[in-house]
Design a binder for this molecule. Structure first.
Ligand code: FPP
Length: 237
């Protein structure tokens, strides 16, 4: 059941697909396919858990360094995911948006992303944000560039630039900050994910590989969050 003290925005670094497949003697891409099925399960679980915003790290600006066949397989998986899931996401009240730099993504994928964003734009039950060709530093650099252009064009006075201004130029301008960032597979790194936005987030690093991250594991992680004491830098009185 949803808990009023639970996290409203959960962000997930979905790690461990490759190892999950290799442990079964299967190609890495099979792990990514299993991972995509878990994305569906976790999105479905969000309303019951009181999670309004779910942000998932699907492909980083560093993931281009993988073999050409893995990158091509992932891009094809993202296209198929959008084509297959669009109707169901719409029916479930999920609003989908993408963050990251679209410039390096192929035109067909970008068109599908645009279409899915438009198709689900009236939905408000769950907000699913998919980070694709996303890197936190790259996002801040792109935001800073846009901000600088607006200053140069006289649309923005440098005297007015502050924390909130930069927040509005980020890809995530439509999202609240994450309350909880989960990383699966036992790695305790943040790998350039939501660097600015996670300033006060709680982190949970768990051993479970992403393809094994069921809705029950999700519920366990969320119940652990309840016991945390979030002070946002203040002292509790
Ligand atoms: C990291 O595991 C995972 C990725 C780089 C890809 C994440 C993609 C998915 C879960 C699939 C689909 C997602 C959507 C939104 C449709 P890894 O390959 O680095 O695993 P390893 O560390 O075990 O090698």
């Amino acid at each position: 059941m949803a808990d009023l003290n639970g996290p409203k925005h959960v962000a997930i670094i979905m790690d461990g697909n490759g190892r999950w497949a290799q442990m079964r003697g299967r190609p890495r891409l099979m792990g990514h396919h299993a991972g995509a099925r878990r994305v569906r399960e976790i999105v479905e679980a969000c309303p019951d858990q009181g999670v309004k915003y779910l942000t998932v790290f699907a492909f980083s600006t560093e993931n281009w360094k993988r073999t050409q066949s893995e990158v091509a397989g992932l891009m094809s998986l993202f296209r198929r995911y959008i084509q297959r899931e669009a109707r169901d996401l719409l029916a479930r009240g999920v609003r989908v948006r993408f963050i990251g730099d679209r410039v390096r993504l192929d035109d067909k994928l970008v068109t599908l992303m645009d279409e899915l964003e438009l198709l689900t734009s009236e939905n408000d039950k769950v907000h699913l944000t998919i980070a694709l060709n996303y890197g936190g530093r790259d996002e801040v650099a792109r935001a800073t560039k846009r901000l600088a252009y607006d200053v140069a064009a006289g649309k923005l006075d440098p005297k007015d630039v502050g924390d909130e201004t930069l927040t509005q130029y980020l890809d995530t301008c439509f999202l609240p900050d994450p309350d909880l960032v989960i990383r699966t597979s036992g790695e305790a790194r943040i790998s350039n994910f939501l660097l600015w936005q996670s300033a006060y987030a709680e982190y949970e690093f768990i051993e479970t590989l992403w393809p094994d991250f069921t809705k029950d594991v999700f519920a366990d992680v969320l119940s652990g969050y309840q016991s945390r004491d979030r002070r946002f830098g203040a002292v509790k009185v």
